[in-house]
Design a protein around this ligand. Structure first.
Ligand SMILES: Cc1cc2nc3c(=O)[nH]c(=O)nc-3n(C[C@H](O)[C@H](O)[C@H](O)COP(=O)(O)OP(=O)(O)OC[C@H]3O[C@@H](n4cnc5c(N)ncnc54)[C@H](O)[C@@H]3O)c2cc1C
Length: 410
């Protein structure tokens, strides 16, 4: 039988995390229960910025970051010399779990940091990792192009060598956060003659490099997260290539393995379900005529299914964590976690909007008509894209079929 209880060491570490939060978290940053559950989705909407307390929170956030930087808990997995704390994957999981349970905002580093950690030179680690930890750099991902999404290796953005520089021309699309980022990591074609996977290089460069322009794309739930990014004769030093020139495909793939691990999401999903259940029970007490909890044909049984799936999600995350603990980079295992976690998000949103009744789909308006501040309705829309971002569910299933099950390529 699998025992999920903490060992004495893990319990001790959990206590340390609680203690640290108690001593250092400015009270204004403690998230409200509804904010905590929907944190990931709210950040995407920029809801925190619209909050009236934004200024006070921004100041508090600086203090909170400084405390976390001091402790090495912004990038807890990294060695101490790059600003990390050298925590084991299980300690990281406990830390994340404790932050989520106590409604504490987490500050982290982007996945590109882990990629630099694996493939970067010592100089690159020293140059790029500490500013990430201090929150001075904000990164965006330049992979997809208008003609290259799932078949990413067909990308056309060209980088031509000119002495110690590359000169880049081309276009990226669906670049999340490019309008806010000051750095980009991009896949570019450096050898058009080579087979498509063998002529790609992984480059890091500032977004204010001359020749870069950014054009926003608006999503169906009004979020302005996406952009097109255009490159016209952009100069990037050759020393900014991560890994070998023309071997960037494999560097980019490591990045996707990190991105797909989704090890943080299971705890948040459980919390979202808890917030839904609490709301429904309260609604039944206050407005029994609106409650759908008793109806025999109601989707309430779905809620039970969602709770079962929350345990599956957590177990999949724990598998990824245990691989990382052994120094392995999860590959098809990360795809399994990604496909499950993102499709699970959509199922949770569907169940919630059904259970909330006829106003479950309303996003904006008076409180009476927007149960749980319309957050589930927003999540219903925004969760659609999660099965596309970072590689579609079909692509993840291809990875599981070929690399996990050893089936032939279709
Ligand atoms: C929220 C979000 C954020 C994103 N952020 C970024 C970002 O920051 N940077 C970035 O570079 N990109 C980003 N993307 C783009 C994302 O990586 C691509 O949308 C994704 O890889 C799919 O590519 P595509 O849109 O070109 O679809 P296509 O590749 O054209 O796919 C269309 C359909 O065909 C299916 N399909 C394609 N090939 C196969 C196959 N071999 N087998 C079975 N089915 C297949 C797909 O599953 C899909 O259903 C983001 C996307 C979203 C939705």
């Amino acid at each position: 039988m699998v025992d999920f209880a903490d060992t004495p060491e893990q319990a001790g570490f959990r206590h340390t995390v609680h203690d640290f939060i108690e001593k250092n978290l400015p009270p204004v940053l403690r998230l409200r229960p509804d904010e905590a559950a929907f944190r990931g989705f709210m950040e995407e909407e920029g809801e925190n910025e619209r909050d009236a307390r934004a200024k006070e929170r921004a100041e508090a956030l600086k203090k909170w970051r400084a405390a976390l930087v001091d402790k090495g808990w912004i990038a807890p997995a990294w060695p101490k010399e790059y600003g990390g704390a050298n925590l084991s994957p299980m300690e990281q999981f406990i830390m994340n779990e404790t932050f989520t349970e106590t409604r504490t905002p987490r500050l982290g580093v982007p996945d590109v940091g882990s990629t630099i950690m694996v493939h970067g030179t010592e100089e690159q680690k020293k140059e790029f990792l500490p500013p990430m930890v201090r929150g001075e750099t904000r990164w965006c991902q330049g992979y997809s192009e208008p003609g290259s999404g799932s078949d990413l290796a067909s990308l056309q953005t060209r980088a031509v060598r000119d002495g110690d520089d590359f000169i880049i021309n081309g276009q990226k699309i669906w670049t999340s956060g490019a309008h806010l980022a000051n750095m980009i990591f991009a896949l570019v074609r450096t050898d058009p003659e080579a087979p498509k996977h063998r002529g790609i290089t992984y480059l890091l460069f500032p977004m204010d490099s001359p020749g870069i322009s950014v054009r926003p794309l608006v999503q169906m739930h009004d979020a302005r997260g996406f952009n097109e990014v255009f490159f016209e004769d952009v100069r990037v030093p050759v020393r900014n290539a991560v890994g070998e020139i023309n071997r960037g495909w494999y560097v980019g793939a490591t990045h996707l393995d990190f991105e797909r691990s989704s090890i943080g999401s299971a705890v948040g999903q459980r919390q979202m379900l808890d917030s839904l259940r609490t709301h429904l029970v309260e609604q039944r007490r206050q407005q029994p005529e609106r409650s759908r909890l008793e109806r025999a044909d109601s989707p309430r049984l779905e809620l039970a299914d969602r709770y079962v799936e929350a345990i599956v999600a957590k177990t999949l995350s724990q598998r990824v964590i245990s691989m990382q603990a052994r120094g392995l980079i999860p590959n098809y295992e990360a795809s399994m976690t990604k496909v499950f976690a993102t499709e699970f998000n959509q199922r949770i949103a569907r169940t919630a909007t059904k259970l909330l009744g006829k106003y479950g789909d309303v996003r904006n308006g008076p409180e009476e008509y927007t149960p749980m501040r319309g957050r589930w309705a927003t999540m219903y829309l925004s969760s659609v894209s999660s099965t596309i971002a970072g590689g579609t569910s079909e692509i993840q299933r291809n990875v599981i079929a070929t690399r996990g099950l050893g089936l032939p390529r279709g």
